[in-house]
Each structure stands twice: as C-alpha cells, then as structure tokens.
Ligand binder design. Sequence first.
Ligand code: Q46
Ligand code: ZN
Ligand code: ZN
Length: 318
Amino acid sequence: MKCRVCRGPAVIDLPRHNANFCVEHFLRLCRNQVAKAIEDFSMLSPGDRVLVAVSGGKDSLALWDLLVELGYRADGLYLGLGIGEYSDVSGTYARAFAEERNLTLQVLDLRDTYGYDVPTAAAATRRVPCSACGMSKRHLFDRAAIDGGYDVVATGHNLDDEAAVLYGNTLHWDLEHLARQYPVLPARPGFPKKVKPLVRLTEREMAAYCVLRGIDYQVEECPMAAGNTHLGYKAQLNALEATSPGTKAAFVLGFWDRMSPVVAGLRAAADEPPDATQRCVRCGAPTLAEACAFCRLVETSAAHAPVPVPTPRRRGRR
Ligand code: Q46
Ligand code: ZN
Ligand code: ZN
C-alpha cells in the first residue's frame, strides 16, 4: 500500500478518495479539509478568538489540535456532565491534552456549579438524557463565549454526525431543522457565532488523526446514548458507504451546495431572534419566558435526588 502523494509506505486507505496516504500526507489532508471547510463557509477570520467545546473524545480534541496547527487562537471549555466514570475519564483526557500542549482549558462541572448532573436532569424532566444534556451544553457554551469575549464557538461535529442528522431530518421532511442544518450559525444578540470545522472529515479519519498525532481520548461511547436513533442512522449510512464510497460526503456536502440556496430563506427566518430585548430574569439570556429554559432546567433538576448512571458499554478503538 503506497501513499498517493509520495509513494512511501501508506498507513491508511481512504476509499472515498480512492487513495492511500502516509502519516505526513494523511495529516496534511486533514488540515487541508479543515482549512477548506473554514474558507468555504467563512467560519473563522485569522485573528478570531475561538472557544472549542471539548468533550475529551476524538473529534473535539482533534479539532482543537487542528485549529492550533492552522494558527488559530483557540481555548477549550470542558463541561463535567456528571455521567459517572464516563465523565471522569473524559475530563482526564481533556485536561491532559491541554496540559501537554500548554493550552488554556476552562472546566465547568454541572453538579459543583448548578447542583445537578445529566442523569438526574433526565429523570427530573422525564425526557431523554440528550435533551437536558444538549440544552445545558448550548446554554453554557454560549454564555462562556459571550462572557469570555470569544468571537466564535467551534464544535467537533464530523461528516458522520452531519450525515446522520441530515438523514433523520430528510426522512421526516423536517423543514425547520433542515433549514437550520448548516455548518455556520451567525452571531445574534446574546448568542455567539458557532462553527463546525470538521464537517469534511469522517469519524474514522478523526480516530486515525488522534492515533497518528499521539492524542489520547475517551474511546467509550456515552452510556446515556443507548437507543439514540442517530446511532442507527449512522449504521445504515455506513452500510451504504461500504458499498458506495463517498456517499456520505456527497449527501451532506451536496445538500449544502445545492439545497442551501433553496432553504436559505427558511434559514434566515430561523436565525431571527424571537425577541432580542426580552431577557431571562435569572441569567440574562435571551428568552421568550420570564426565566430561560436552562434556568428552569436547573431549578427542576437541582431539587431532584441524584440518579445513578448506567454502566458504560465497552467497545474498541476504531
Ligand atoms: S454526552 Fe450528552 Fe451526548 Fe451523552 S447524554 Fe447524549 S448529548 S450522548 S454528545
Ligand atoms: Zn506520503
Ligand atoms: Zn436563564
């Protein structure tokens, strides 16, 4: 197996590019794919201060590494979600990554700061854990970015994540979410700009990137993700990709290239703040109610007795 670029020994085959790559040229391909996504979607400007949403998994740590490699000023924020051993180990990897590279990592723990964790919030609200978790993450990353004077929040959503979401949105013809599915969300009053620079790279490529860059990361899946419909969509898309390499990239990148002009009007409407002048009486975030959804979640969850975490499912490094 030879590298397409230098004909040296290759370490990875990428069927969707119909090519193999050595370490140096695979890492360069990853940097180029991120740079292209940033340029194509006007995600970042050279002097931007970037806040990376760090989970301790392969995608967010690879993203942080790639942004620093590309010369961006990027700090990290790790949220302790209180999902038992899974969160403890994830936090250890995030801290180690930052310490080894002398990067700035803020750490915020839901239980220590707000008196709840994700399993307890799920029980208190009687909704799936990802609902309370996602709302907490969105609110706290937004707030940290605004308070810290960051220009943009970067998240590690990759091509597989976007393909699974697009697949679900398309199966249900969910026009509102199709309109919102875009790798850049502009800043608006009370909310920072948000970008997804890994949208041209797959999960497998991000795992390989971490291994080749010596980045240790949390390989376990979140124990609260069991039954998540997106995992099923990913499996189906992987089956399509195996028989027809490039399907996922064509699906997602083609959507943004060809469907975005069609849904642009819907997206502009979705990006409009409901009422930029109305603010949460507790935290000051934009909201339609007296207290924002996050502050109401905190109130409900902190009053609930702590709920234990399910045992994590084991899986190997991909
Ligand atoms: S951490 Fe949170 Fe994910 Fe776990 S509870 Fe769901 S949303 S699956 S990225
Ligand atoms: Zn090479
Ligand atoms: Zn609030």
